[in-house]
Design a protein around this ligand. Structure first.
Ligand code: BG6
Ligand code: MG
Length: 219
């Protein structure tokens, strides 16, 4: 029997890799750190970092390599300094094609809208992109203890919006984020290649393909 879905009341958008290509800036920043430290790193390893917190990312990069707590903290800080440099001049031009259009559609449709990003730098990024005012709730890397793939960040966003989880749509580009949204009991829209986002309920190859109408029709 077909599952009856509740009426959607809210959208939660991930940031890096969904609204803008900051995923590439994260990659370049880790790459620079790894080159300095002579640690192997490439795009394949980077795929495992998509949507994952800064701490967990460094754990993945280091693998079995042991470093002191101080060194670990210093490496995270250094990567963040490089990342902050790369987002310094971020502007509307860095939005993915179609990103602002879909945010406008969400608002026009009368849905609530939250940001759900693992990044502790999400606020300066959305301010630089000029999209801060679209979001009534911002859930970021500072909002909850347990990062994606735990559902906590999305549940936090839903609670702050006052909407129950099953009435929320999450838009995500990362496996960790899709897993988190599914665990939260939300409807999940993937952005990216099928091999990465096939766990989502419906997916589009890029943000420009996405529209509120298509999402609602996919139910
Ligand atoms: C996510 C990115 O949005 O934020 C990850 O996809 C990143 O690549 C994570 O590691 C944490 O970001 P930050 O800015 O807090 O280091
Ligand atoms: Mg992402």
């Amino acid at each position: 029997m077909e599952k009856i879905r509740p009426k959607i009341e809210a959208f939660i958008f991930d940031l890096d890799g969904v609204l803008t290509d900051t995923a590439e800036f994260h990659f370049q920043s880790w790459k620079r750190l790894c080159e300095e430290e002579k640690i192997p790193f490439n795009r394949e390893i980077n795929e495992k970092l998509r949507g994952v917190s800064r701490k967990k990312s460094l754990e993945i990069i280091l693998g079995d390599t042991k470093v002191s707590q101080e060194k670990f903290a210093e490496m995270m800080e250094r990567k963040n300094t490089y990342y902050r440099e790369s987002i310094k001049n971020i502007s509307k031009r860095d939005l993915f094609p179609g990103a602002e259009k879909v945010l406008q559609e969400v608002k026009k449709g009368g849905f609530k809208l939250a940001l759900g990003s693992s990044s502790k730098n999400a606020r300066p990024v959305i301010e630089g992109l000029g999209i801060r005012d679209y979001f009534e709730v911002i859930a970021d890397g500072n909002s909850v203890e347990k990062a994606k793939p735990a559902p906590d960040l999305f549940l936090y966003a839903a609670e702050k919006m006052g909407v129950s989880p099953e009435k929320c749509v999450v838009v995500e580009d990362a496996e960790a984020g899709i897993e988190a949204a599914l665990k939260a009991g939300m409807y999940v829209v993937g952005i990216g290649p099928p091999e990465r986002v096939r766990q989502s309920h419906v997916y589009f190859s890029e943000t420009s393909e996405l529209s509120v109408e298509k999402v609602l029709q996919s139910f």
